[in-house]
Design a protein around this ligand. Structure first.
Ligand SMILES: N[C@@H](CCC(=O)N[C@@H](CS)C(=O)NCC(=O)O)C(=O)O
Length: 96
């Protein structure tokens, strides 16, 4: 199933997810969203959530970068020590 990230270049929370895509080597597709309202293509998809990033996998929508990292970890865990720490650990580290 295709991973589609709704995001914009200057969004640091989106950058965190983009970096994890690079670390895990997963293919992904990009939809660029506006950085301010209105976001007519995003909010109908999310039920009103307006922030970036949002991950779309088929009909499933994941809002919030930590929720996204949890799902990516579940689908494609990193190997070795980095896998043990989990992508959530990387996410918390990056946020701070
Ligand atoms: N807790 C959220 C924060 C997301 C967030 O604040 N995104 C910012 C960009 S980095 C945003 O979309 N701001 C525009 C807006 O609020 O409309 C996450 O981890 O994904």
């Amino acid at each position: 199933m295709d991973l589609i990230l709704h995001h914009y270049d200057a969004s640091p929370f989106s950058e965190k997810v983009r970096i994890v895509f690079g670390m895990t080597g997963q293919a992904w597709s990009s939809v660029i969203t506006p950085n301010i309202m209105p976001k007519p293509d995003l909010t109908p998809l999310t039920g009103g959530y307006r922030r970036a990033p949002v991950l779309q996998i088929g009909a499933d929508i994941y809002c919030d970068s930590m929720v996204i990292l949890d799902e990516l970890q579940r689908r494609a865990p990193l190997p070795g020590d980095r896998g043990l720490a989990g992508l959530r650990g990387i996410g918390l580290w990056a946020d701070r």
